[in-house]
Write a protein that binds this ligand. Structure first.
Ligand SMILES: NC(=O)c1ccc[n+]([C@@H]2O[C@H](COP(=O)([O-])OP(=O)(O)OC[C@H]3O[C@@H](n4cnc5c(N)ncnc54)[C@H](OP(=O)(O)O)[C@@H]3O)[C@@H](O)[C@H]2O)c1
Length: 258
């Protein structure tokens, strides 16, 4: 069945590659991001499937306007995929609470604006499905991830809790937890990124699982990377601290070598 899907963060990286997969499969897509050009390029290629819904997800009024636009044109949503996000790394020596606020605002609070709009529309949709892109960082505290990690761990909790509360309305909730994916977001990383995937590979992996009749609760990849993080998270806190400190040293060596 062709679905009416709202996708945020559709202008680059995982979102852009996933938009491509979903459009090729014939779905209708409402595309949100601040950068208009890539959304318009998709609209030119898939004119009857794309609904342009640009905006800043940090602006709750713009998010409401997007919800209203989707309501006017489609009347409902079958799937909402909240993928828009940013990543910045904390320097503990110059701890910047404004940066933490920025990251939590975009990754958590702005996603909640989108959820508020989407739930109204999903209740009118077919086999409704709400999908949030969290991160594998939520499985294990990692160096310099105070801001990004806490935003994604909180998003994960929000989605897990919401899953319980909307289950009786027939709304499924899936959490996507990528490992490292080659995108503009990770291009600025100055440390080793093991088992990194291309955005296209990540999008194909996500797409296949979103299309399954029985919705997965979690789409986490690459499997070996996720398993490693989950196993490390089972270690006693002190052992995790020792490993974390070693990783922090490796990452500062890489920085120092630049
Ligand atoms: N790449 C990875 O290794 C990785 C790993 C785990 C999780 N993730 C998560 O995957 C998601 C996609 O990331 P990516 O790696 O594909 O990064 P990306 O290429 O930088 O894409 C981020 C997307 O979010 C949009 N966005 C950011 N702030 C926004 C705002 N205020 N309003 C509207 N749109 C906004 C950007 O669009 P505009 O700038 O045009 O607005 C862009 O389309 C993020 O949630 C990220 O945290 C990525």
């Amino acid at each position: 069945m062709k679905r009416r899907i709202w996708l945020t963060g559709a202008s680059s990286g995982i979102g852009l590659a996933l938009a491509e997969e979903l459009l090729k499969a014939g779905h209708k897509l409402a595309l949100t991001a601040r950068t208009l050009a890539p959304l318009e390029a998709l609209e030119r290629r898939f004119p009857h499937q794309v609904l342009l819904a640009p905006g800043d997800v940090n602006n709750s009024e713009q998010v409401s306007a997007i919800g209203e636009r989707i309501a006017q044109i489609w009347g409902a949503l079958d799937t909402a995929i909240f993928n828009a996000g940013i990543c910045e790394y904390i320097d503990a020596k110059n701890f910047d609470s404004n940066m933490l606020e920025r990251v939590v605002q975009t990754n958590l609070i702005a996603t909640s604006y989108c959820i508020q709009e989407a739930l109204i529309l999903l209740r009118q949709g077919e086999r409704p499905h709400l999908v949030g892109v969290a991160s594998s960082v939520a499985f294990l505290p990692l160096t310099r991830s105070e801001a990004y990690g806490c935003s994604k761990a909180a998003l994960r909790y929000l989605l897990q809790s919401l899953r319980i509360d909307v289950a009786d309305e027939g709304i499924d909730v899936t959490i996507i937890s990528p490992g490292f994916v080659d995108t503009p977001l990770t291009a600025k990383n100055d440390f080793p990124m093991p088992m990194r995937w291309s955005a296209e590979k990540a999008a194909r992996y996500i797409f296949k699982r979103l299309e399954k009749r029985r919705r997965p609760l979690e789409i986490a990849f690459p499997t070996a990377f996720i398993l490693a993080l989950k196993l490390l998270a089972l270690l006693p806190e002190r052992a995790q601290l020792t490993i974390g400190k070693r990783l922090a040293r490796t990452s500062s060596h890489v920085e120092g070598a630049k």
